[in-house]
Design a protein. Structure first.
Lengths: 56, 396
């Protein structure tokens, strides 16, 4: 809410220090999959658009 | 009451994104009478004027418009959601015919992904054979176990639908049709225990699922969503599910809302309209051929999703010039002042558009779920940041 003072200036989580080789050995956790997804998106960016919420 | 054309003013130079996803309302009636349904139970009653089923002529016209737009914008892929009402009421022969028409009209360079979003009670072997023959994926709405599901999702006579959905899902999970299973959609009910409910849904091994916040707005508040900004019942409920989902040694299913929040927090972009600032890329084609905006807007007021356009007379490019669509493709500039200065604006994106409505003001408001969205995003960010710091060796 707007009444709360901002607790961080950027909403991004800094993953700059992550060892990418570590991802290969990590279990298939949610975090590992999420980082792999970001790396894939960085390699093959496409136009981002928002799809329909009331279906999956 | 205000018109759907009351939208934030936008810069005169505004680029548009093509429509990549189409929602075809192939049947306008339903065999269930769910108490929260935005098509039948909330503000808009336009379904009463719709034909029961989309005709073959309307499917053909829609296919031509989709193909025309795909060719003009050189789209390599489009998504088509066969929706309702309950779309499976249209019958197997309809899906066979519709799939052939929709795919057959597309340019050779464009592929179509077809999905049917169903309540699941009509799934049987002959219908699944037809859907499988045409590679039409099946997503099912399921609100938890028998008690949770049957609390809301009942037949008109009051009988619960869980047993029939479970039977349909068991067929969909079998080897013959498993590849068609797109996932589960569940509407949040705060009275249900969140982790037990999530684990019940996991029993069906859905490849993906999502929890939808109940439709509501500032003038028709969702259950328990009070004025108190310190109260975050939906964030609390969802956080319990998040912790269970996130902590699994191996990801058990894709959970769309959390997956997209994490992706945004890591620098990516979201791909569904519940969260994020990317341009909305959805067109709804009603059973009579009317072109509309996302149909959950019907929860706000009568004809809220209407554009006045029809596939017989309008192209999909015409829709891109509609003020409401332009607004929803404008990102940060179209948000309320309060949202534009919010520290999580890029992730939240103002929340789901129908949740922003306030009678006499329109949609230039934060989401009615603003306190919950802010709390949920912050908690997920804290969890992510903690884990990333641990992995980078800065802590622990």
């Amino acid at each position: 809410m707007g009444d709360d003072p901002p607790r961080f200036e950027s909403d991004l989580v800094d993953v700059g220090g992550l060892d990418l080789d570590l991802l290969v050995t990590m279990q298939d956790t949610v975090l590992a999959q999420a980082i792999r997804r970001v790396l894939r998106a960085a390699e093959c960016p496409d136009e981002a658009t928002l799809g329909f919420q009331q279906s999956i | 009451m205000i018109s759907h054309t009351v939208v934030p003013s936008l810069p005169s130079q505004h680029s548009t994104s093509p429509i990549r996803q189409y929602v075809l309302k192939v049947h306008s009636r339903c065999n269930l009478a769910c108490d929260y349904c935005y098509v039948y139970q909330l503000a808009d009653q336009s379904w009463r004027q719709q034909p029961l089923r989309m005709s073959s002529d309307t499917v053909s016209l829609a296919a031509d418009r989709i193909a025309e737009h795909a060719e003009r914008h050189q789209l390599s892929a489009v998504g088509i959601v066969l929706h309702g009402g309950e779309p499976l009421l249209a019958g197997g022969s309809f899906f066979s015919r519709a799939a052939r028409i929709l795919r057959g009209r597309l340019p050779s360079a464009t592929t179509a992904t077809l999905t049917v979003q169903s309540n699941g009670v009509l799934l049987d072997e002959p219908l699944l054979d037809v859907l499988g023959e045409h590679e039409i994926s099946v997503a099912v709405s399921l609100d938890g176990g028998p008690a949770a599901h049957d609390r809301h999702r009942r037949y008109p006579n009051g009988r619960g639908s869980y047993a029939d959905v479970e039977r349909g899902l068991s067929l969909l999970m079998s080897p013959a049709w498993r590849r068609l299973f797109a996932g589960l959609l569940c509407t949040v009910d705060l009275s249900q225990e969140p982790v037990g409910l999530y684990e019940h849904l996991l029993r069906f091994s859905p490849p993906r699922m999502d929890f939808l916040l109940p439709l509501g707005n500032w003038s028709a508040r969702p259950p328990a969503r009070t004025d108190d900004p310190a109260s975050t019942p939906y964030a609390d409920w969802l956080e319990a599910v998040f912790d269970r989902w996130y902590s699994a040694p191996n990801q058990e299913t894709e959970l769309r809302l959390f997956r997209e929040i994490i992706h945004l927090l890591l620098g990516g972009v979201s791909y569904f309209e519940g969260i994020g600032l990317a341009p909305v890329s959805v067109a709804v084609i009603e059973a009579d051929g009317a072109i509309e905006q996302t149909d959950a807007l019907k929860s706000a007021y009568q004809d809220a999703a209407s554009t006045g356009m029809h596939i017989a007379t309008n192209s999909i490019d015409d829709l891109l010039a509609h003020p409401a669509v332009m607004s929803r493709q404008s990102g940060l500039v179209a948000l309320a002042d309060q949202c534009r200065s919010c520290p999580v604006r890029r992730v939240c994106g103002g929340g789901f558009y129908p949740h922003r409505y306030r009678q006499d003001e329109g949609f230039s408001n934060p989401s009615v779920y603003c306190p919950d969205l802010l709390a949920l995003i912050r908690r997920i960010r804290q969890r992510l940041e903690s884990d990333v710091r641990r992995l980078t060796g800065l802590v622990g």
